[in-house]
Design a binder for this molecule. Structure first.
Ligand code: Q9C
Ligand code: ZN
Length: 344
C-alpha cells in the first residue's frame, strides 16, 4: 500500500497538555510517526513517498479564511506577547451569552478559535499542519488518479477541527479537506467513516447540512468522554444533509470487538446504500485496549479484522491517520488495519 509521509510534521512538538487537572507530557507526540513508519517498513507494507506542496486553496474550501490566517500568524503574535513561553494556549472562551467577535489581542483570539485547551500552538505548528494537509491531499490525488488505496500518515490529526475551531490535538481537518478535494475534482459522493475512539465532531460539523458527503462514526458515547458536547445518536444531519450523518456512540469499558463489529455493520450497510465514489477512513487507533486515554477493548487481531470489513465495501479508499496514543503498538495496530484491508 502506498503511504505518504512528511518529516516536517514533527515540527509541531508541544511539551505539555492539560489533562486531569495537571500539565502532562503531550500525548500526540512526533514519536507517533516514527512508530508507524518503523512498523510499515518492518512489515514491507509498500512504497513510502513524500507529499507534494499544495497552496492553501484546498484548505480554504473547508476552513474559514480568517481561521487560516490566524493559524499562520498565531505563534509570532504569542511570542511577541510572551517571549519566554514555548507554547500558546487559550484560557478564556466566548461561552453562552458572550459576544462572538474576534478580539484584537492574541489570547482572546486564541480562545475565539479554540474549543478546548488540547491544541496548543508552538513555533513549528504552521509548517507541520500544512505538511499534514499535504500528505492527505497527495494521497487523495493518487487515489483519484487510480491507486485503489493510499495511506496518508498524517500528524497532527484533524477530525476535531471544524471550519473555524481547533480542538483535541487538531488544527486543519485533513480528512475533510481530502474529501472536499475529491468532490471538487469530479466525485459526486464521498463517504467518511470515522473509527477513531473520539467522535469526529469537526468533520461532522463541516458536512452536517450536505448530502454529497455521508459521515458515519463509531465512537465513545459523548455522555461519557471527549468531545463531550457532540456525537449523539440523534444528530442525523440538517436541511439537505438530513439522513447523511450517522453517529453510533458506544459505551466505555464494555465495548469489545463483538459490540464494535455490530455497530460497524450498521455503518458499512449505510455506506453501501449511499454508493459513494470514494471512501475516506478517519483512522484512529485509540480504540485499542491499552490506549492511555481511551476505554474500548479492541485488540491488534481485531484491527486486522477491521481492515477486512472495510475492504468489503470495494471502494477506492483513502486512509487518513487520526488518533492513537499507545506508542509502542501504534505501528503494529496501524499495519494490522492496512494489511487486513489489502489481504481481502
Ligand atoms: N479525559 C484525537 O484522538 N483529551 N484527539 C481528552 C479526556 C483530548 C483526542 C481527555 C483528547 C483528544 C485526534
Ligand atoms: Zn481519538
Amino acid at each position: 500500500m502506498l503511504t505518504i509521509y512528511s518529516e516536517q510534521q514533527k515540527l509541531h512538538n508541544p511539551a505539555r497538555e492539560f489533562l486531569g487537572g495537571d500539565l502532562v507530557p503531550y500525548l500526540e507526540s512526533p514519536k507517533r510517526l516514527d512508530y508507524v513508519l518503523e512498523a510499515l517498513q518492518d512489515n514491507n507494507l509498500g512504497r513510502i513517498e513524500w507529499p507534494e506542496s499544495f497552496s492553501t486553496g484546498p484548505i480554504a474550501r473547508v476552513h474559514r479564511p480568517d481561521y487560516i490566517e490566524f493559524l499562520e500568524t498565531a505563534w509570532q503574535r504569542w511570542h511577541q506577547t510572551y517571549p519566554e513561553s514555548t507554547q500558546a494556549s487559550p484560557y478564556c472562551f466566548p461561552h453562552r451569552g458572550l459576544r462572538h467577535v474576534v478580539p484584537e489581542q492574541i489570547e482572546g483570539a486564541l480562545g475565539y478559535y479554540s474549543m478546548d485547551l488540547t491544541a496548543p500552538v508552538v513555533e513549528g505548528t504552521w509548517t507541520a499542519i500544512r505538511a499534514s494537509v499535504d500528505c492527505a491531499l497527495t494521497a487523495q490525488k493518487r487515489v483519484l488518479d487510480g491507486e485503489p488505496v493510499a495511506f496518508a500518515l498524517c500528524r497532527p490529526p484533524g477530525h476535531h477541527a471544524s471550519g473555524d475551531l481547533m480542538a483535541g490535538y487538531c488544527f486543519f481537518n485533513n480528512a475533510a479537506i481530502a474529501t472536499q478535494a475529491f468532490l471538487d475534482q469530479g466525485a459526486d459522493k464521498v463517504a467518511i467513516l470515522d473509527v477513531d475512539y473520539h467522535h469526529g465532531h469537526g468533520t461532522q460539523a463541516i458536512f452536517y447540512s450536505r448530502n454529497d458527503v455521508l459521515f458515519a462514526s463509531l465512537h465513545a458515547d459523548p455522555r461519557q468522554d471527549y468531545p463531550h458536547y457532540l456525537g449523539h445518536e440523534d444528530e442525523t444531519g440538517d436541511g439537505a444533509g438530513l439522513g447523511f450523518n450517522l453517529n453510533l456512540p458506544l459505551p466505555l469499558h464494555v465495548t469489545g470487538w463483538a459490540e464494535y463489529r455490530r455497530a460497524l455493520e450498521v455503518a458499512l450497510g449505510r455506506i453501501g446504500e449511499f454508493e459513494p465514489d470514494y471512501l475516506v477512513v478517519s483512522l484512529g487507533l485509540d480504540t485499542y485496549e491499552r490506549d492511555p486515554i481511551s476505554f474500548f477493548n479492541i485488540t491488534t487481531p481485531d484491527f486486522l479484522e477491521l481492515g477486512h470489513c472495510l475492504a468489503a465495501l470495494k471502494k477506492p479508499t483513502l486512509f487518513v491517520l487520526e488518533g492513537g496514543y499507545a506508542l509502542e503498538v501504534l505501528g503494529n495496530n496501524t499495519v494490522a488495519v492496512l494489511e487486513g484491508f489489502s489481504a481481502f
